[in-house]
Design a protein around this ligand. Structure first.
Ligand code: MN
Length: 231
């Protein structure tokens, strides 16, 4: 079983809060031969218990991360934040680390992984990196819009190749990389698009793009999570 995180929120006023997750994530896990289990936002004290029956954790996309969690004030351009989700997912990542449980972070998930391990984020790419590529593509979730270069020999290079083209639906990104993480994918503007845990004692990988919306080699990322979970 692979735990897949969801958010809890209301889409508009008057609507009750709902547990929400794009089905593409659970479909991608199932296609890779895994059994996805959707995990809502809960009390951080429950993190180890929730992970007890699973073999891997996928931290999914969504809202911006609360800047106080990486020691910064909110800056212009910061979007919607669900702080309870941030705190919960950070607790899940710490609990996974304690057990050497495989972790895969997608989009917001790579950012939460980085913050959980002590790194920081850009709060809004267009404002904070004016020369950057357009990373918030309007065309569609499955449109590959910019290249990434993956570090030769890295897990990401083995899985998707040293040169790939990815979709891009983010306005935040990693700023200072957390201790223990290695940058293994970058966009041509230098934006960090992939990280991995540096050692062999923990399988932890994050990507800034959305492989669950893509086919071809990106499906290998979910296969890798399922394989890591089986070890
Ligand atoms: Mn991008």
């Amino acid at each position: 079983m692979v735990a897949v995180t969801a958010t809890t929120r209301s889409e508009s006023s008057g609507e009750p809060p709902r547990v929400r997750l794009n089905a593409a994530y659970v479909d991608a896990v199932a296609r890779a031969g895994g059994v996805p289990v959707v995990v809502p936002v809960l009390d951080p004290a429950l993190a180890a218990s929730v992970l007890a029956p699973v073999r891997a954790l996928i931290v999914t996309g969504g809202e911006d991360v609360a800047p106080d969690l990486f020691g910064e004030e909110p800056r212009p351009g910061l979007g919607r934040v669900v702080r309870a989700r941030d705190v919960w997912e950070i607790a899940l990542i710490h609990a996974a680390r304690d057990r050497a449980l495989p972790v895969f972070g997608v989009c917001r998930g790579i950012q939460v992984l980085n913050v959980a391990l002590g790194g920081t984020l850009l709060q809004d790419i267009p404002r904070e990196c004016p020369g950057a590529l357009v990373h918030h593509q309007p065309e569609g979730r499955d449109v590959r819009s910019h290249p990434v270069a993956c570090l030769p020999g890295s897990r990401l290079a083995r899985l998707v190749g040293e040169a790939a083209t990815v979709n891009s639906m983010h306005h935040q990104a990693i700023a200072r990389v957390a201790p223990g993480l290695t940058v293994t994918a970058t966009a041509p503007d230098g934006m960090i698009e992939g990280v991995e845990w540096h050692g062999t004692d923990w399988w932890a990988v994050g990507v800034q793009w959305h492989p669950e919306e893509l086919d071809g080699r990106d499906a290998a990322l979910f296969s890798a999570v399922v394989e890591a979970a089986a070890r």
